[in-house]
Design a protein around this ligand. Structure first.
Ligand code: MLT
Ligand code: ZN
Length: 454
């Protein structure tokens, strides 16, 4: 089907104003925010509700047109933008940004896939509730995208990944069939867990349109601290001790090199007078004030420096040193982003070995979520000819140590050819069978996660 005819059929579903054909209007949907992943959409289509999503999918399925679902386009593995081939329709879910009332008995809320995490936080805060998942891209990341990628973020040690915080989903299959699992029942053993299957499926099995989310009561008190230590090994040991505190909610680390970039990019004042090798950002939250228990635990810790934040403004000030790493690294170049998990005992050894693995072929910046052994290995100045070898050196080492080649960003297009490093042939073939069953023509998010059959 020609693009003009397709556009007019899609316009009949969503209205002409919501089918974007003009290259200028499409541009923000075609490139990710690192600038590394870019492509060309045949059209961008912006449905308003589940019925329109189903209509778009039916139309594309009949015409054999591949569809790329997109949320806030904050993904980091190329799964949120179309390929350069220019054959995919980008299906933006951003207009599905509704939020229902909080259900205090079930401790749940139903939201549209296009609601941003910040908008959800803003809605819940005055009502005394919270969604356990939080991450630095909260202003643009949408709940649908976070669920599709099973986003992790900063509070996994307390609340788990997005998967643990989703009680149900509404989704549309490639043929337009709507699956409705929004009841959110805490006990419901009636067959395959379709919600669990779709969480983390990266847009390859269905298009997520709404979600039933688990909530937690908002803790009355939160305290934060920025701690400086002399090594990643010391930071890891400190996190092990801090985990003795039930109130511990967040334990994030970054190094001096990353902080230098953040200070240069943001103009923020340095957190301490001296430059320290490693920083650990921690936050504790509870019904009681956790300041004393945190101070007690830190009293005999081997710290080079420490700053404590008791009010929200101060906490945000300290968190900025960690949260602004992504934009600061982007400003310094186009990073090759790796996102790995290592068993905690392997972390210090991996970090120490990294320069040898890279062998001068990249400038590394390490930061991430220490409690889960999740290192963001951001590499700048990698020559295109070295990329493959560098990625294989790092991911191969991670696989050999029993880690994962994607902790929280997903596989997308960036890691699809490395999936076999940490998933067995039997597992990959089971995944392919599921994909073929739910999307027989392989029209949803082609090239993401699994290579299409020849
Ligand atoms: C983060 O932890 O800030 C995110 O995963 C983004 C990133 O890795 O750049
Ligand atoms: Zn992260």
């Amino acid at each position: 089907m020609g693009t003009e005819r397709l556009a007019s059929r899609l316009a009949a579903v969503v209205g002409p104003a919501h089918v974007l054909a003009d290259p200028g209007l499409r541009a923000s949907y075609e490139t990710d925010f690192t600038g590394r992943w870019t492509g060309r959409a045949r059209l961008v289509v912006r449905p308003a509700d589940t019925a329109q999503v189903a209509g778009v999918l039916r139309t594309c399925r009949e015409a054999g047109i591949p569809v790329l679902p997109q949320g806030g386009n904050t993904g980091l593995v190329g799964g949120s933008v179309p390929t350069p081939a220019g054959d995919q329709v980008v299906l933006s879910l951003r207009r599905l940004d509704t939020a229902g009332p909080v259900d205090p008995d079930a401790r749940q809320i139903t939201v549209g896939a296009g609601l941003t995490l910040s908008a959800l936080h803003g809605r819940l805060r005055p009502q005394g509730w919270e969604f356990g998942v939080d991450l630095a891209s909260r202003d643009s990341a949408t709940l649908g995208g976070m669920i599709a990628t099973n986003a992790g973020g900063e509070r996994v040690l307390k609340y788990g990944t997005t998967r643990a915080n989703v009680a149900g989903l509404q989704a549309v299959l490639a043929d337009g069939t709507v699956l409705d699992r929004l009841a959110g029942l805490p006990k419901d053993n009636t067959g395959y867990d379709l919600t669990g299957l779709l969480v983390g499926s990266e847009g390859t099995l269905a298009v997520l349109t709404a979600a039933r989310l688990r909530l937690v009561p908002r803790p009355r008190h939160r305290v934060g601290a920025l701690l400086a230590v002399d090594s990643i090994a010391a930071a890891t040991a400190l996190v092990t001790r801090l985990r003795g505190l039930e109130s511990l909610e967040l334990a994030e680390f970054f190094t001096a090199e990353g902080l230098d970039l953040v200070l240069e990019h943001t103009g923020l004042p340095a957190p301490f007078r001296a430059r320290h090798p490693v920083h650990l950002l921690v936050e504790c939250a509870a019904r009681h004030d956790p300041t004393d228990e945190l101070a007690e635990l830190l009293a005999d810790a081997d710290l080079l420096d420490a700053a404590v934040a008791v009010d929200a403004a101060d906490r945000h000030r300290l968190a900025a040193y960690r949260e602004r790493h992504t934009e600061a690294i982007n400003a310094a170049g186009t990073p090759l982003k790796l996102d790995v998990t290592l068993p905690p005992a392997e972390l210090p050894g991996f970090a120490a070995e990294l320069p040898a693995l890279l062998d001068g072929r990249a400038r590394p910046y390490l930061f991430g979520h220490l409690a889960e052994g999740n290192l963001h290995v951001n590499l700048l100045d990698v020559a295109p000819a070295d990329e493959e070898a560098v990625v294989l050196a790092v991911l191969g080492r991670v696989a050999a140590a029993g880690g994962s080649i994607s902790a929280e960003h997903g596989i997308g297009r960036a890691k699809a050819r490395y999936l076999h490093l940490t998933r067995s042939a039997a597992e990959i073939s089971a995944m392919r069978a599921v994909k073929s069953a739910l999307d027989p023509a392989w029209l949803l998010s082609p090239g993401t996660l699994l290579a299409a059959p020849d």
